[in-house]
Design a protein around this ligand. Sequence first.
Ligand SMILES: Cc1cc2nc3c(=O)[nH]c(=O)nc-3n(C[C@H](O)[C@H](O)[C@H](O)COP(=O)(O)O)c2cc1C
Length: 212
Amino acid sequence: MADNYLGKKMEDLASRKKVVKRVSATKSLDTLLLKNRSCRTWDPSYVVTEEQLKKIVEVNTKIPCAKNQQVLRFKLLTGKQAAEFCPFIKLGALLPDMKFPPEGCEPSAFIIVCSTIPENKWVDMDLGISAQSMLLKATEMGLSGICIGAFNKEKAKSLVPDGLDPVLAIALGKGAEKYQILHIAEDESHNYFRENGIHYIPKVRTEDLIIK
Ligand SMILES: Cc1cc2nc3c(=O)[nH]c(=O)nc-3n(C[C@H](O)[C@H](O)[C@H](O)COP(=O)(O)O)c2cc1C
């Protein structure tokens, strides 16, 4: 009888532990997703290292990709190389009156994502999964980044071996911005904007995303 009681108690505890674990995992993903905002202003006193970039790229050994072909390659830029690449990116097209990054608040590192084959829709899908996974990892590590489609391809090409096609740049550093997500209806403006030093990002609410 006593044995049976103990057994039941253990089972009860084990099942409760599982529930607690599942809840905290959900919470931490939501926290990371919310924190993972596109950053355009960085703390100049923080220097991202190559080791940190390697950890971020490592997520690519754990993610899905089309036919498992793993066509993406990653050029890491830190220090002087990152500083030299900075003038070849464009940030904040929806805020043309502001300069991004502000002078002296540049990212201290970049990952240039390249493809070993000409860009096609499968490469682009792999790219999206890879980029978001890397940004989430960076966020977990206390860094902030942004995907950059508007970068100078010729400059990026000059930094990688022949045959690689640069498809996206990711800037990284210690973020120095405040953000706020705004839940909107699908017919409201999707444009991000700044007010009193806060960067507002409108996101269409769930009810409007689901097809009726
Ligand atoms: C594929 C892709 C390319 C992007 N290219 C640029 C870019 O060239 N310049 C820029 O300032 N932001 C760029 N962004 C960032 C978007 O503007 C940003 O994701 C959007 O404003 C929503 O903000 P959020 O990332 O904080 O949710 C890009 C984002 C993605 C996913």
